[in-house]
Design a protein around this ligand. Structure first.
Ligand code: AMP
Length: 209
């Protein structure tokens, strides 16, 4: 399966990517994860990206497109999470996939109300050990990772002021992709409200699986 996951920050793209990966066995390509790994490793790419990420702004298209191109040379089936986020990125992706003769099956749009997103993101925690994503609202206080016992941490860009900025960046730069993919007949939309399992069931139905 070759799929793009589209949706605002906090719409559940990462969580649904994990479900889809477990079911369909394709690679999960998250540009945010790749950038955070580069930051952690102190690479040139990470240093370039840091100032943008700290403010909730987008890293320049050229940097991200190069990163994705390199990764796509190694995959035949993938779930793209957090990319494309601008029209030039969508155009670049279309070209790369044409060159590699890997047409997209669909673009899954996760629709969620903004206030729910702010609530989700301020309570989002990630496990330092296994990388799984959790929500404090659904857990006992001071809990560690229910899966592996690892320490949970809040991403720096999940502070409320940064979240508001990320949402306005989404509205201005990423939301136009909905119409762009709709015109190409690729868009499948689901209301991403409910438990992760319920949303996954809706996603599978929308994708005709
Ligand atoms: P995410 O984990 O997808 O929410 O991404 C975290 C941050 O990484 C974003 O707020 C951006 O600063 C940066 N980022 C991730 N993907 C992209 C992309 N496709 N284009 C530009 N910046 C990105």
């Amino acid at each position: 399966m070759r799929l793009v996951l589209l949706g605002a920050p906090g719409s559940g793209k990462g969580t649904q990517a994990e479900f889809l990966k477990a079911r369909h066995g394709c690679a999960h390509i998250s540009t945010g994860d790749i950038l955070r790994q580069n930051l952690k490793d102190g690479t040139d790419l990470g240093l370039k990206a840091k100032a943008f990420m700290d403010k909730g702004e987008l890293v320049p298209d050229g940097v991200v497109v190069g990163m994705v191109r390199e990764r796509l040379l190694r995959e035949r089936e993938f779930l793209m999470d957090g990319f494309p986020r601008t029209l030039p990125q969508a155009e670049a992706l279309e070209k790369i996939l044409e060159e590699l003769t890997l047409p997209l099956d669909a673009v899954l749009l996760l629709r969620v109300d903004e206030e729910l997103i702010v609530r989700r993101l301020t309570n989002r925690r990630t496990c330092r050990a296994c990388g799984k994503i959790w929500n404090l609202l659904a857990m006992p206080p001071n809990a560690d990772c229910p899966e592996c016992g690892g320490e949970l941490y809040r991403r720096d860009d999940d502070a409320e002021s940064v979240i508001r900025n990320r949402l306005s960046v989404y509205r201005e730069q990423t939301a136009p992709l909905v119409e762009w993919y709709e015109k190409r007949g690729k868009l499948r939309a689901v209301d991403a409200v409910g438990s992760p399992e319920e949303i996954f069931a809706k996603a599978e139905a929308a994708l005709g699986q």
